[in-house]
Design a protein around this ligand. Structure first.
Ligand code: ADP
Ligand code: MG
Length: 340
């Protein structure tokens, strides 16, 4: 057998490679691989399903992630994918593989976090699986949601002239992680020095305990707004706008001045000698929403808090571009290569 390194394909290339021979045979499968969640049609009222896995040492480090936060995050990152379909999550299943270094008390902490997320978002834990692992922990959460068929929003619905919108602010979770990693390495060398993270609660909170934007999906309903396309921002703005453009067959122009970045993120980026817009474009784990709207709906979002208009959908031939604050046009590159 040949041995092809998975790195030659990249994450998205690998998924495409592994799944391309699977044809959809069930009329009820409205959407299979390729969006934030799969969609199953039950006579017009759809079930939306998404699953994500967190692996110790890759996605989390227990040196600075409290188990309770980890449990909370494992749930919210999955709910985020359901909201990104304009749907509402109703149930989750949780599967864990654990090594014998974990005590019952430690797992109680993890589940206290899972329970807190279930309470906060109104979802039921309805099952899962528990098994042992030779080393470390793996958590896999599946979220199941609901949506009327005509309200579902996919990645492929953006049209030329649509406005590009972003919720919340970007880049903070990435810098929170950089800070925690830096403090960890200092602490490993000088165990007597206690890190002071009090002043950086915002960015650290964004990394350790992200929230999913249920409030935005509720707002869309109240405003009777249906975005033309939507994705959650888990891998950075650049990667997500590429997914929308690829699936919609379009290009895009992002205005740097329209990309929301929190002041604490700006300051920490300076400390790390990083450009804040680079953190917003290529960082990750913000779990905000990136969506497009028909320009005739602009008044429905213009005055809403926490929604920012950051650009416009262009023809595919125009590519995906960033207009910097200095007035330079940069061609963005597809990112989203992580974890292998
Ligand atoms: P997200 O970042 O929104 O969680 P991913 O990039 O993980 O999405 O996945 C993209 C799409 O590929 C999704 O539809 C997902 O269900 C599908 N997918 C990912 N890994 C696999 C796999 N190993 N087998 C089948 N489908 C997969
Ligand atoms: Mg997603």
């Amino acid at each position: 057998m040949q041995h092809t390194d998975v790195n030659t394909l990249g994450e998205f290339g690998l998924i495409e490679h592994l799944t391309k021979e699977f044809l959809i045979t069930q009329p009820s499968t409205l959407k299979g691989v390729g969006d934030d969640a799969a969609v199953i049609d039950n006579d017009g009222f759809c079930t939306v399903v998404s699953t994500d896995m967190l692996v110790e040492g890759i996605h989390f480090d227990l040196a600075y992630s409290p188990l309770k936060h980890l449990g909370y995050k494992a749930v919210t990152v999955n709910l985020s994918d359901i909201y990104a379909m304009n749907a509402f999550p109703k149930q989750i299943t949780v599967s864990i593989a654990i090594s014998n270094k974990y005590s019952v008390e430690a797992l109680d902490e993890l589940y206290a976090g899972i329970r807190a997320a279930c309470d906060a978002y109104g979802v039921d834990l309805v099952g899962g699986d528990t098994t042992s692992s030779p080393k470390g922990m793996v958590i896999s959460v599946t979220a199941i949601g609901q949506c009327e068929k005509d309200r579902l929003v996919y990645r492929n619905g953006a049209r030329v002239g649509d406005l590009i919108c972003i919720t919340g602010d970007l880049g903070a979770a990435y810098l929170g992680l950089q800070l925690l990693e830096r403090e960890k390495s200092i602490w490993l060398e000088h165990p007597d020095v206690q890190p002071n993270l009090e002043d950086q609660k915002y960015i650290i909170g964004r990394h350790l305990k992200p929230e999913a934007r249920r409030d935005m999906i509720e707002t869309f309903r109240k405003q009777d707004l249906k975005p033309t396309s939507m994705i959650d921002i888990s891998d950075g703005l650049a990667s997500e706008i590429f997914h929308i453009c690829k699936q919609s067959g379009t290009g895009a122009l992002i205005e740097e001045s329209g990309v929301p970045i929190h002041p604490d993120t700006q300051l920490m980026a300076l400390q790390f000698k990083l450009d804040p817009i680079t953190c917003a474009l290529n960082g990750g784990e913000d779990y905000e929403l990136l969506f497009t709207i028909d320009p005739k709906d602009v008044d429905k979002v213009r005055f809403l808090p926490d929604i920012y208009i950051a650009g416009e959908i262009l023809n595919a031939a125009d590519g995906v571009k960033l207009n910097t604050k200095g007035g330079n046009l940069h061609t963005l590159k597809a990112q989203g290569w992580r974890h292998f």
